[in-house]
Design a protein around this ligand. Structure first.
Ligand SMILES: Nc1nc2c(c(=O)[nH]1)N[C@H]1C(S)=C(S)[C@@H](COP(=O)(O)O)O[C@H]1N2
Ligand SMILES: [Mo]
Length: 330
Protein backbone atom coordinates (compact mmCIF):
# COMPACT_ATOMS: atom_id res chain seq x y z
CA UNK A 1 0.00 0.00 0.00
CA UNK A 2 1.35 3.40 -0.94
CA UNK A 3 0.77 6.23 1.47
CA UNK A 4 0.85 9.68 -0.01
CA UNK A 5 1.76 12.51 2.30
CA UNK A 6 -0.37 15.51 1.52
CA UNK A 7 1.70 18.61 0.81
CA UNK A 8 0.82 21.95 2.35
CA UNK A 9 -0.76 23.30 -0.80
CA UNK A 10 -3.20 21.39 -2.89
CA UNK A 11 -1.94 22.53 -6.19
CA UNK A 12 1.60 21.32 -5.62
CA UNK A 13 1.42 17.69 -6.54
CA UNK A 14 -0.61 15.25 -8.50
CA UNK A 15 -0.92 11.94 -6.89
CA UNK A 16 -0.91 8.24 -7.14
CA UNK A 17 -3.86 6.16 -6.18
CA UNK A 18 -4.00 4.02 -3.10
CA UNK A 19 -5.68 0.63 -3.15
CA UNK A 20 -9.34 0.87 -2.48
CA UNK A 21 -10.23 0.10 1.08
CA UNK A 22 -13.93 0.50 1.48
CA UNK A 23 -15.69 0.11 4.78
CA UNK A 24 -19.38 0.63 4.34
CA UNK A 25 -20.16 0.08 7.95
CA UNK A 26 -18.85 2.68 10.33
CA UNK A 27 -18.81 0.45 13.38
CA UNK A 28 -16.89 -2.22 11.59
CA UNK A 29 -14.57 0.49 10.39
CA UNK A 30 -14.03 1.93 13.86
CA UNK A 31 -13.33 -1.54 15.18
CA UNK A 32 -10.71 -1.96 12.50
CA UNK A 33 -9.11 1.30 13.50
CA UNK A 34 -8.51 0.25 17.06
CA UNK A 35 -6.08 -2.34 15.85
CA UNK A 36 -4.46 0.01 13.37
CA UNK A 37 -1.91 2.69 14.13
CA UNK A 38 -2.34 6.18 12.75
CA UNK A 39 0.63 8.02 11.33
CA UNK A 40 1.06 11.70 12.10
CA UNK A 41 -0.28 13.95 9.40
CA UNK A 42 1.91 16.09 7.20
CA UNK A 43 1.87 19.80 7.86
CA UNK A 44 0.90 19.50 11.48
CA UNK A 45 3.86 19.29 13.82
CA UNK A 46 1.68 19.20 16.90
CA UNK A 47 -0.27 16.17 15.77
CA UNK A 48 0.47 13.26 18.02
CA UNK A 49 0.86 9.75 16.86
CA UNK A 50 -1.49 7.31 18.50
CA UNK A 51 1.13 4.60 18.14
CA UNK A 52 2.02 4.83 21.79
CA UNK A 53 -0.42 3.02 24.02
CA UNK A 54 -0.40 5.82 26.62
CA UNK A 55 -3.76 6.42 28.27
CA UNK A 56 -3.21 10.21 28.44
CA UNK A 57 -5.24 11.76 25.65
CA UNK A 58 -3.29 13.77 23.13
CA UNK A 59 -4.17 17.43 22.51
CA UNK A 60 -5.88 16.36 19.32
CA UNK A 61 -7.94 13.72 21.12
CA UNK A 62 -8.92 16.26 23.77
CA UNK A 63 -10.05 18.66 21.05
CA UNK A 64 -12.20 15.91 19.50
CA UNK A 65 -13.57 14.07 22.53
CA UNK A 66 -16.49 16.28 23.45
CA UNK A 67 -19.73 15.45 25.25
CA UNK A 68 -21.77 12.81 23.47
CA UNK A 69 -25.06 13.99 22.09
CA UNK A 70 -27.62 12.23 24.26
CA UNK A 71 -30.34 11.35 21.84
CA UNK A 72 -30.49 11.33 18.11
CA UNK A 73 -31.98 9.09 15.47
CA UNK A 74 -30.03 7.70 12.57
CA UNK A 75 -31.83 8.91 9.49
CA UNK A 76 -32.04 5.71 7.45
CA UNK A 77 -32.10 7.65 4.17
CA UNK A 78 -28.61 8.93 5.03
CA UNK A 79 -27.15 6.03 6.98
CA UNK A 80 -24.33 5.39 4.54
CA UNK A 81 -22.84 6.40 1.22
CA UNK A 82 -20.82 4.26 -1.17
CA UNK A 83 -17.53 5.34 0.42
CA UNK A 84 -16.13 4.85 3.91
CA UNK A 85 -16.63 7.40 6.66
CA UNK A 86 -13.46 9.41 7.10
CA UNK A 87 -11.56 8.62 10.27
CA UNK A 88 -12.32 11.15 13.00
CA UNK A 89 -8.68 12.08 13.65
CA UNK A 90 -8.06 12.60 9.96
CA UNK A 91 -11.10 14.89 9.57
CA UNK A 92 -10.27 16.66 12.83
CA UNK A 93 -6.81 17.81 11.81
CA UNK A 94 -7.36 18.63 8.16
CA UNK A 95 -9.64 21.67 8.08
CA UNK A 96 -10.39 24.94 6.42
CA UNK A 97 -11.15 27.68 8.92
CA UNK A 98 -9.53 30.90 7.78
CA UNK A 99 -10.40 32.78 10.95
CA UNK A 100 -7.62 30.69 12.55
CA UNK A 101 -5.09 30.55 9.73
CA UNK A 102 -4.50 29.77 6.09
CA UNK A 103 -3.34 26.15 6.30
CA UNK A 104 -5.14 22.86 6.86
CA UNK A 105 -3.45 22.55 10.26
CA UNK A 106 -5.57 25.07 12.19
CA UNK A 107 -7.10 22.61 14.65
CA UNK A 108 -4.95 23.86 17.50
CA UNK A 109 -5.42 27.56 16.79
CA UNK A 110 -9.17 27.01 16.51
CA UNK A 111 -9.25 26.00 20.18
CA UNK A 112 -9.27 29.78 20.88
CA UNK A 113 -12.87 29.95 19.73
CA UNK A 114 -15.01 30.78 22.79
CA UNK A 115 -18.15 28.62 22.62
CA UNK A 116 -19.67 29.24 26.09
CA UNK A 117 -23.10 30.93 26.23
CA UNK A 118 -23.35 30.86 22.46
CA UNK A 119 -26.34 32.56 20.93
CA UNK A 120 -27.73 32.34 17.42
CA UNK A 121 -29.91 35.22 16.32
CA UNK A 122 -32.53 34.42 13.69
CA UNK A 123 -33.85 37.63 12.23
CA UNK A 124 -34.90 39.58 9.15
CA UNK A 125 -38.01 38.86 7.11
CA UNK A 126 -39.62 36.35 9.49
CA UNK A 127 -42.81 36.33 11.55
CA UNK A 128 -41.12 34.87 14.64
CA UNK A 129 -37.60 36.25 15.06
CA UNK A 130 -35.85 34.46 17.87
CA UNK A 131 -32.46 34.11 19.54
CA UNK A 132 -31.60 30.53 20.39
CA UNK A 133 -28.91 29.20 22.64
CA UNK A 134 -27.43 25.81 21.85
CA UNK A 135 -29.55 24.00 24.44
CA UNK A 136 -32.68 25.59 22.96
CA UNK A 137 -31.71 24.27 19.55
CA UNK A 138 -31.05 20.77 20.91
CA UNK A 139 -34.39 20.75 22.74
CA UNK A 140 -36.48 22.41 20.03
CA UNK A 141 -35.37 20.38 17.03
CA UNK A 142 -35.24 16.57 16.99
CA UNK A 143 -31.64 15.60 16.24
CA UNK A 144 -30.59 13.03 13.70
CA UNK A 145 -27.38 11.62 12.29
CA UNK A 146 -26.70 11.90 8.59
CA UNK A 147 -23.68 10.51 6.81
CA UNK A 148 -22.93 12.89 3.96
CA UNK A 149 -20.29 13.19 1.31
CA UNK A 150 -18.21 16.34 1.67
CA UNK A 151 -16.43 18.08 -1.20
CA UNK A 152 -14.18 21.13 -0.93
CA UNK A 153 -13.78 23.41 -3.96
CA UNK A 154 -10.04 22.65 -3.68
CA UNK A 155 -10.96 19.09 -4.79
CA UNK A 156 -10.47 17.14 -1.58
CA UNK A 157 -13.37 15.06 -0.38
CA UNK A 158 -14.38 13.15 2.75
CA UNK A 159 -17.43 11.40 4.18
CA UNK A 160 -18.61 12.84 7.48
CA UNK A 161 -21.26 11.71 10.01
CA UNK A 162 -23.05 14.85 11.15
CA UNK A 163 -25.55 15.19 13.99
CA UNK A 164 -28.05 18.02 13.73
CA UNK A 165 -31.37 18.93 12.21
CA UNK A 166 -32.71 19.88 8.78
CA UNK A 167 -32.67 23.59 8.03
CA UNK A 168 -36.29 23.40 6.90
CA UNK A 169 -37.29 22.83 10.54
CA UNK A 170 -35.90 26.25 11.42
CA UNK A 171 -37.75 27.76 8.48
CA UNK A 172 -40.99 26.25 9.83
CA UNK A 173 -40.25 27.66 13.30
CA UNK A 174 -39.50 31.26 12.30
CA UNK A 175 -41.95 31.50 9.34
CA UNK A 176 -40.29 33.71 6.73
CA UNK A 177 -42.57 36.27 5.11
CA UNK A 178 -43.30 36.14 1.38
CA UNK A 179 -40.63 38.81 0.80
CA UNK A 180 -37.86 36.49 2.07
CA UNK A 181 -35.91 35.16 -0.94
CA UNK A 182 -32.37 34.66 0.43
CA UNK A 183 -30.71 33.78 3.71
CA UNK A 184 -27.39 35.01 5.05
CA UNK A 185 -25.41 33.03 7.64
CA UNK A 186 -22.74 34.87 9.63
CA UNK A 187 -19.83 33.22 11.44
CA UNK A 188 -18.33 34.30 14.76
CA UNK A 189 -15.81 37.06 14.35
CA UNK A 190 -13.69 38.92 16.88
CA UNK A 191 -10.47 40.46 15.54
CA UNK A 192 -8.73 39.76 18.85
CA UNK A 193 -9.40 36.03 18.49
CA UNK A 194 -10.00 35.27 14.83
CA UNK A 195 -6.75 36.74 13.60
CA UNK A 196 -6.75 34.80 10.33
CA UNK A 197 -3.83 34.09 8.03
CA UNK A 198 -1.01 36.58 8.46
CA UNK A 199 -0.55 37.04 4.72
CA UNK A 200 -4.06 38.44 4.35
CA UNK A 201 -4.22 40.33 7.60
CA UNK A 202 -6.75 43.13 7.47
CA UNK A 203 -7.68 42.65 3.83
CA UNK A 204 -10.36 39.98 3.93
CA UNK A 205 -14.11 40.69 4.05
CA UNK A 206 -14.74 39.46 7.60
CA UNK A 207 -16.90 38.24 9.13
CA UNK A 208 -17.22 35.04 7.10
CA UNK A 209 -20.70 34.96 5.64
CA UNK A 210 -22.48 32.58 3.31
CA UNK A 211 -25.87 32.61 1.66
CA UNK A 212 -28.50 30.38 0.13
CA UNK A 213 -31.66 30.95 -1.82
CA UNK A 214 -34.56 30.18 0.49
CA UNK A 215 -35.55 27.21 -1.73
CA UNK A 216 -32.05 25.77 -1.28
CA UNK A 217 -32.33 26.18 2.49
CA UNK A 218 -35.73 24.44 2.42
CA UNK A 219 -34.30 21.43 0.55
CA UNK A 220 -34.38 18.12 2.40
CA UNK A 221 -30.56 17.90 2.42
CA UNK A 222 -29.72 21.32 3.89
CA UNK A 223 -28.64 20.68 7.46
CA UNK A 224 -27.46 22.43 10.60
CA UNK A 225 -24.84 20.38 12.40
CA UNK A 226 -24.41 20.63 16.18
CA UNK A 227 -22.32 17.47 16.28
CA UNK A 228 -20.15 15.03 14.38
CA UNK A 229 -19.13 11.42 15.18
CA UNK A 230 -21.89 11.28 17.81
CA UNK A 231 -20.63 14.16 19.95
CA UNK A 232 -20.70 17.94 20.04
CA UNK A 233 -18.84 19.68 17.22
CA UNK A 234 -15.13 20.20 17.83
CA UNK A 235 -14.05 23.82 17.45
CA UNK A 236 -12.06 23.09 14.30
CA UNK A 237 -15.24 21.79 12.62
CA UNK A 238 -17.16 24.99 13.40
CA UNK A 239 -18.57 24.59 16.91
CA UNK A 240 -21.19 24.91 18.14
CA UNK A 241 -23.37 25.21 15.01
CA UNK A 242 -22.47 25.07 11.33
CA UNK A 243 -24.13 24.67 7.95
CA UNK A 244 -23.86 21.47 5.90
CA UNK A 245 -25.02 21.63 2.27
CA UNK A 246 -23.52 18.46 0.79
CA UNK A 247 -24.33 19.08 -2.88
CA UNK A 248 -22.36 22.33 -2.77
CA UNK A 249 -18.66 23.00 -2.32
CA UNK A 250 -17.53 23.11 1.31
CA UNK A 251 -17.01 26.87 1.42
CA UNK A 252 -20.81 27.32 1.22
CA UNK A 253 -21.08 25.76 4.69
CA UNK A 254 -20.31 28.55 7.16
CA UNK A 255 -18.96 27.47 10.55
CA UNK A 256 -19.63 28.78 14.07
CA UNK A 257 -22.83 30.58 13.12
CA UNK A 258 -24.01 33.51 15.22
CA UNK A 259 -26.65 35.02 12.95
CA UNK A 260 -29.17 33.84 10.35
CA UNK A 261 -30.98 36.56 8.40
CA UNK A 262 -33.85 36.21 5.94
CA UNK A 263 -33.45 38.80 3.19
CA UNK A 264 -35.18 40.00 0.04
CA UNK A 265 -32.05 40.10 -2.12
CA UNK A 266 -28.86 38.12 -2.63
CA UNK A 267 -26.31 38.96 0.07
CA UNK A 268 -22.61 39.56 -0.52
CA UNK A 269 -20.68 36.57 0.82
CA UNK A 270 -17.08 36.05 1.89
CA UNK A 271 -15.45 34.07 -0.95
CA UNK A 272 -17.74 35.52 -3.58
CA UNK A 273 -16.59 39.00 -2.56
CA UNK A 274 -12.93 37.91 -2.74
CA UNK A 275 -13.33 36.41 -6.21
CA UNK A 276 -16.77 35.87 -7.80
CA UNK A 277 -15.30 33.97 -10.79
CA UNK A 278 -13.68 31.38 -8.53
CA UNK A 279 -16.40 31.11 -5.89
CA UNK A 280 -19.86 31.48 -7.36
CA UNK A 281 -22.79 32.23 -5.12
CA UNK A 282 -24.41 29.03 -6.40
CA UNK A 283 -21.26 26.84 -6.34
CA UNK A 284 -22.75 23.38 -6.75
CA UNK A 285 -20.38 20.44 -7.10
CA UNK A 286 -20.05 19.95 -10.84
CA UNK A 287 -17.35 18.01 -12.71
CA UNK A 288 -18.11 19.97 -15.90
CA UNK A 289 -17.46 23.43 -14.50
CA UNK A 290 -13.73 23.81 -13.82
CA UNK A 291 -12.45 26.15 -11.19
CA UNK A 292 -10.52 28.85 -13.14
CA UNK A 293 -7.25 27.45 -11.72
CA UNK A 294 -7.93 23.66 -11.75
CA UNK A 295 -10.25 20.99 -13.08
CA UNK A 296 -13.16 19.74 -11.01
CA UNK A 297 -13.48 16.50 -13.05
CA UNK A 298 -11.81 14.43 -10.32
CA UNK A 299 -11.41 14.70 -6.59
CA UNK A 300 -9.00 13.51 -3.93
CA UNK A 301 -10.95 11.30 -1.59
CA UNK A 302 -9.10 11.49 1.69
CA UNK A 303 -8.69 7.89 2.75
CA UNK A 304 -9.57 6.54 6.09
CA UNK A 305 -6.49 5.53 8.13
CA UNK A 306 -3.82 4.58 8.66
CA UNK A 307 -2.06 7.81 7.81
CA UNK A 308 -3.24 10.50 5.48
CA UNK A 309 -3.57 9.43 1.87
CA UNK A 310 -6.07 9.86 -0.89
CA UNK A 311 -7.66 8.10 -3.80
CA UNK A 312 -8.49 9.88 -7.03
CA UNK A 313 -12.19 9.55 -7.82
CA UNK A 314 -14.44 11.02 -10.43
CA UNK A 315 -16.46 13.98 -9.26
CA UNK A 316 -20.21 13.40 -9.35
CA UNK A 317 -22.65 16.12 -10.36
CA UNK A 318 -24.22 17.65 -7.23
CA UNK A 319 -21.79 15.47 -5.28
CA UNK A 320 -24.11 12.50 -5.91
CA UNK A 321 -27.23 14.26 -4.59
CA UNK A 322 -28.91 15.08 -7.91
CA UNK A 323 -32.10 13.22 -7.03
CA UNK A 324 -32.66 15.70 -4.20
CA UNK A 325 -31.47 18.96 -5.69
CA UNK A 326 -31.39 18.91 -9.51
CA UNK A 327 -34.91 20.39 -9.58
CA UNK A 328 -33.60 23.50 -7.80
CA UNK A 329 -31.47 24.32 -10.86
CA UNK A 330 -33.74 23.22 -13.72
N1 LIG B 1 -16.42 30.53 9.14
C1 LIG B 1 -15.84 29.73 8.23
N2 LIG B 1 -16.56 28.72 7.71
C2 LIG B 1 -15.99 27.89 6.80
C3 LIG B 1 -14.66 28.11 6.34
C4 LIG B 1 -13.93 29.19 6.91
O1 LIG B 1 -12.76 29.44 6.58
N3 LIG B 1 -14.55 29.96 7.86
N4 LIG B 1 -14.12 27.29 5.38
C5 LIG B 1 -15.08 26.58 4.52
C6 LIG B 1 -14.44 25.60 3.66
S1 LIG B 1 -13.58 26.20 2.33
C7 LIG B 1 -14.57 24.25 3.87
S2 LIG B 1 -13.96 23.12 2.78
C8 LIG B 1 -15.24 23.75 5.09
C9 LIG B 1 -14.30 22.82 5.85
O2 LIG B 1 -14.98 22.17 6.90
P1 LIG B 1 -14.18 21.14 7.83
O3 LIG B 1 -12.89 21.78 8.19
O4 LIG B 1 -15.07 20.92 9.02
O5 LIG B 1 -14.01 19.89 7.02
O6 LIG B 1 -15.66 24.79 5.98
C10 LIG B 1 -16.19 25.92 5.33
N5 LIG B 1 -16.72 26.85 6.31
MO1 LIG C 1 -13.36 24.41 0.94
Amino acid sequence: MTLIRIPKSWQLSESQVTPERLYYNRRRFLKTLITTSILPLAGCQQSNSTNNKSSTPTALETSLNLPKIESFQTNSAFAQVNRPVTEEKVAGQYNNFYEYGGTKAIWMDAQKLPTENWQVEVTGLVKNPRTYDIDDLKKTFPLEERIYRFRCVEAWAMVLPWVGFPMKKLIEAVEPTSQAKFVRFTSFYDPEITTGPAFHFGTLPWPYTEGLRIEEMANELAFFALGIYGHDLPKQHGAPLRMVVPWKYGFKGAKSIVKIEFLDSQPATYWNTIDPKEYGFEANVNPNVPHPRWSQATEKFISTGPGLSWEIKETTIYNGYGEYVANLYA
